[in-house]
Design a protein around this ligand. Sequence first.
Ligand code: A3P
Length: 316
Amino acid sequence: NFTNDDGVSQECENLISSLASEKSFTGKKLYNYQGSWYHPNTLQAILNFKKHFQARDSDIILASLPKSGTTWLKALAFAVVHRNKYAANLVSHPLLSDNPHNLVRFLELDLYVKNQRPDLEELPSPRLFATHMPFQTLHESLRDSPCKVVYVCRNVKDVLVSRWHFRSKLVSNYSLEDTVDEFIKGAYSFGPFHDQVLSYWKESLVNSNPVLFMRYEEMIEKPVAQVMRLADFLGCSFTDEEKQAGTVEKILDLCSLGNLSSLEANKTGTSTCGIAHHAFFRKGGVGDWKNHLTDGMARKLDEMIEKKLEGSGLKF
Ligand code: A3P
């Protein structure tokens, strides 16, 4: 399988040549595949994933747009699923010594990048993976497996501000105005926001595929109820004894932004997807956009989202 210097195969080159393209802020080209925008190396990883991933019925896939609460959901799902193996308050818990992104790895941004063919057969069930792909692309690759998908979404304006903070550390001259323009246009990695959110929202409303739709704001507002909802969906509900023993609260404490960001393991090092661990933690919470966006920017985004989500029953 021929690959060029960027690790992109001839097959991927051929696909790319048939796709609509746009220039990203950095001048690199993005390509629209099945409704989402990607850089060529991510597209190659998606092709690798589609070709080689063998879903197991017990698999759990955590999906999101970047900056929507992915790190939190990874930590919570890992802690919930493995709670019998590692008690949440023990010093040996993997979340105390490793970053959530290394414990629940991204399919298209980590496991299948650079033409890697990870051996995932050895992993014990249930396997936990993560993705930023929209539902239609993910689902095609699951080959009708009934595995569970959990999607987390967040208010678009907080996602935008979070992305701006995150990206401006990596890319110089990345202004808030540029970020707003990107969101309005929709052409950024894994965008547009509304198409991805709707892909999972619609799926969560029908019974054919198990998709749990979670909202970052609801997790902040009612964390105990949301973690119990997550456990119910994953088929490992908390028992009355666990509830009385405060297991849910212990998991929430372990996975809190304050706790995770204070750990040495998250202050240093780089994740298997190539990002410094500390970059995944900032302020958290709801409504930081009010400290950054002008009224005009907020109005523009609200109008756009309202129009795009019209008739879907989904509101931000
Ligand atoms: P802010 O930039 O608004 O602070 P993702 O994990 O999808 O990349 O999203 C990152 C956002 O989630 C950042 O938001 C980050 O601070 C916040 N976050 C990270 N870990 C969190 C946690 N354990 N609890 C709540 N929010 C968290």
